[in-house]
Design a protein around this ligand. Sequence first.
Ligand code: SF4
Length: 68
Amino acid sequence: MACARVSGCPLYKAFAMKSSLRVWQSYYCDGDFSRCERLKRSSAGQPVPPNMLPNGKLLDVPIDQIQD
Ligand code: SF4
C-alpha cells in the first residue's frame, strides 16, 4: 500500500522523474509512509515547506532543480 497523498504530493512526482531520488519514493511513499514528515504535517493541518524531504530535512534548492 502506498501513501494516500501520492496523487497530490509534488514530491512524489519529482521522485518518480529523477532516478537519484527514487530511493525516497521506495522507502517512504511506497513503503513506510507513516514516517514521512510531510504526511505528518499535512495530516495535522500544518504548512509543508515545498523543499522538505520525507525525513524532515530541508533542501537548499527546490526539488525540481536537483540534477540527476
Ligand atoms: S513524500 Fe510523503 S506525503 Fe508525499 S507521497 Fe511520499 S510519503 Fe506521501
